[in-house]
Design a protein around this ligand. Structure first.
Ligand code: PMP
Length: 360
């Protein structure tokens, strides 16, 4: 029996994708071996890998002058890989800080870059807001402006794409990529750890404008050079093959369901349903400014925090799992990524209402 899994990542995957992977696990494409047990340089794998890239490009309408890289190290490796690749010695960079993950990113930049400017920091709101465009203090000539499009822990999503003029915009989209259409042309670089809307952890997808390749500092480790990875078709060293394969299945699953416009509409409905139930309850509470509420991660508290343990335990017994908030903030959090069906959200809302009736 599969539960409705509200984990923030690694997160629930489409059941159809898991079923297909199970079906193909022992003998992939009549090769007599699983996709994990063959060379990444054999023809069938190469064909699958290219097809996955093509499908991702189609889903996101990635323009021809952008490269798509399938890399190692998850989202956090990019916190250092981005500055290593994009900043010349003595250069400066701008960071927007809206919560846990953008803080982690700027901390890493401070270790590697001479001048790190804080374009905005939402500490004052306890990270429940995104700064408006007018509030961004941008540095002319910065190597890039970095922001986290969706803070997975705080549940804060930028309601707009920051404009940085000629400065390349770099976005951590780990927990929002593929949740709705985006205009890739507004970005210099997008990175996203796979374990929310793409596939298994470890893999990170990087979409980078071609003119940004080749800006790496000389001492960059070879495996982290975007130029090297791009030149070798993301096979500079052995890629995370199973994750790449599974990501490919997820891309096909999204295509079959009408692409990102249709998926975005489903996600909007799911999020609205859950926030409406929270707001109407007088018992549950989401602290995030309305216009910045995440479609993917919905943190909430209970009127009586002492009930949190019972809430999580009873939810688990009802087949609704992994609703505990991040260990750094507590409370509850429902992550409702692409693979979470509306029925899962409806089941959660029904449980929340029943719990409130009994304990509220
Ligand atoms: N950025 C964001 C927005 C995340 O949510 C996460 C992980 N949850 C990371 C970066 C780090 O990803 P990883 O653990 O794959 O390095």
């Amino acid at each position: 029996m599969r539960a409705y899994n509200f984990a923030a990542g690694p997160a629930t995957l489409p059941v159809e994708v898991l079923e297909q992977a199970r079906e193909e696990l022992l003998d992939w494409r009549d090769l007599g071996a699983s996709v994990m047990e063959i060379s990444h340089r054999c023809k069938p794998f190469l064909a699958m890998a290219r097809e996955a890239e093509t499908d991702l490009r189609e889903l996101l309408s990635v323009p021809a002058d952008y490269r798509v890289l399938f890399m190692h190290g998850g989202g956090a490796a990019q916190f250092s890989v981005v500055p290593l690749n994009l900043v010349a010695p003595g250069g400066s960079v701008d960071y927007v800080v809206t919560g846990h993950w953008s803080k982690r990113a700027i901390e890493e930049a401070r270790r590697l870059v001479a001048h790190v400017n804080v374009a905005a920091d939402e500490t004052a709101s306890k990270y429940t807001t995104a700064p408006p465009q007018e509030a961004l203090r941008l540095t002319p000539g910065a190597a890039y402006l970095h922001y986290c499009a969706n803070e997975t822990i705080g549940g804060v999503e930028f309601p707009y794409v920051p404009a940085a003029g000629a400065v390349p915009l770099v976005a951590d989209m780990s927990s929002t990529i593929l949740s709705r259409p985006i205009d890739v042309t507004k970005f210099g670089l997008i990175y996203a750890g796979a374990q929310k809307n793409i596939g298994p952890s470890g893999l990170v997808v990087v979409i980078v404008r071609e003119d940004l390749l080749g800006r790496a500092r000389e001492d960059i480790p070879a495996v982290w050079s975007y130029r090297n990875v791009a030149d070798e078709g993301s096979m500079f060293n052995t890629p995370p093959t199973f994750s790449w394969y599974l990501a490919g299945l997820v891309f096909k699953w999204l295509e079959a369901r009408g692409g990102l416009a249709a998926q975005g509409e489903r996600n909007r409905v799911k999020a609205e349903r859950l926030y409406a139930a929270i707001d109407a309850s007088g018992f549950y509470r989401n602290p995030v400014a309305r216009e910045c509420r995440s479609w993917m991660n919905v943190p909430f508290t209970l009127a009586d925090p002492a009930l949190e343990g019972a809430f999580a335990a009873e939810a688990r017994a009802a087949g609704l799992i992994n609703l505990e908030g991040h260990r750094s903030v507590g409370g509850m959090r429902a992550s409702i990524y692409n693979a979470m069906p509306l029925e899962g959200v409806e089941a959660l809302v029904a449980f929340m209402q029943d719990f409130q009736r009994r304990k509220g």
